[in-house]
Design a protein around this ligand. Structure first.
Ligand code: SAM
Length: 268
């Protein structure tokens, strides 16, 4: 059922490589740069959206590790970048274990070298839509103890699934697998109900056949019955930000900053 081919095709754009381009990485081809530039021109906040999404992921993983979580499953993990989940988690808890999942072969190619830094970190090429297949993957069984709390990370991945791919069912599958005290983190494109976001949604659909901006209510539904923790589902820059003092401490969010939100939930 997956798009997971083992071949890196430089003639077709890839979500992982376009995102890497927006983050200022170097693992992209001209075809990815072309789409990235389209976003930069038509949605000038795309770089802010990408970087602030990475920043909230780092904060959330740090908080989870500080709270005692020692196992992380990062679905749609992307290419290795500045501060990856295992580096953040292991900074707080050296024994933390991380499974990275992505269906793009470039993530496996680069990830094996850069992310599989130790025997507590593994990269698997798989499709998030095949949740059962991932759960039964030998590396997941080897590394993750589902009797102990697990943090399941859906960072900027569920908006790449269309409604008929049932993202809420995928979250529910993982929620059913993990014990009480586990956590689910989601960051997600938020519908701006404006011409700009509609144009980008159309571009994602015409390029990748996927891409769905959702409202706060739709994003809340993805969490199912989980208990959403403070401060709720909010723009990523407002999700437990580092304390800021001085004139920028209180300011209006830009339009762009309002187009991606995050939430962290706990399984009671
Ligand atoms: N999670 C990272 C982050 O937040 O920085 C990367 C987000 S990037 C926008 C989305 C990632 O999801 C890409 O690396 C892409 O290859 C991956 N992806 C998209 N659809 C996927 C699918 N069906 N299964 C697995 N990975 C997928």
């Amino acid at each position: 059922m997956s798009d997971s081919s083992n071949v890196i095709d430089p003639s077709k754009p890839s979500i992982a490589r376009v995102y890497d381009y927006l983050l200022g990485g170097k693992d992209y081809y001209p075809v990815d740069q072309e789409i990235g530039d389209h976003f930069k021109i038509n949605l000038p906040g795309s770089v802010v959206i990408a970087t602030s999404n990475r920043e909230v992921l780092v904060r959330a993983v740090g908080e989870l590790a500080k709270a005692g979580l020692r196992q992380f499953i990062d679905l749609g993990s992307g290419l290795p970048t500045a501060d990856n989940v295992h580096q953040v988690a292991q900074r707080h808890a050296p024994d933390a274990k991380v499974v990275y999942i992505d269906n793009d072969p470039i993530v496996l190619a680069h990830g094996r070298a850069l992310l599989e830094a130790d025997d507590r970190t593994v990269v698997i090429q798989a499709d998030v839509r095949d949740a059962k297949g991932i759960r039964e993957h030998p590396d997941v069984i080897r590394l993750i103890d589902f009797e102990q709390p697990v943090a399941v990370v859906f960072s900027a991945i569920l908006h790449h699934l269309n409604d008929d791919e049932n993202p809420a069912d995928i979250v529910r599958f993982w929620t059913d697998q993990i014990p009480s005290g586990s956590a689910v983190f989601i960051s997600h494109f938020r519908s701006g109900h404006n011409a700009e976001t509609e144009a980008v949604e159309q571009k994602l659909q015409s390029t990748f056949g996927r891409g769905r901006w959702r409202t706060d209510e739709e994003i809340a539904e993805l969490f199912g019955d989980l208990e959403i923790l403070e401060p709720g589902i909010v723009p990523v820059t407002q999700w437990r930000p580092e304390p800021v003092t001085g004139p920028t401490a209180v300011r209006e969010l830009t339009v762009w900053e309002q187009l991606i939100v995050a939430g962290l939930a706990r399984k009671p």
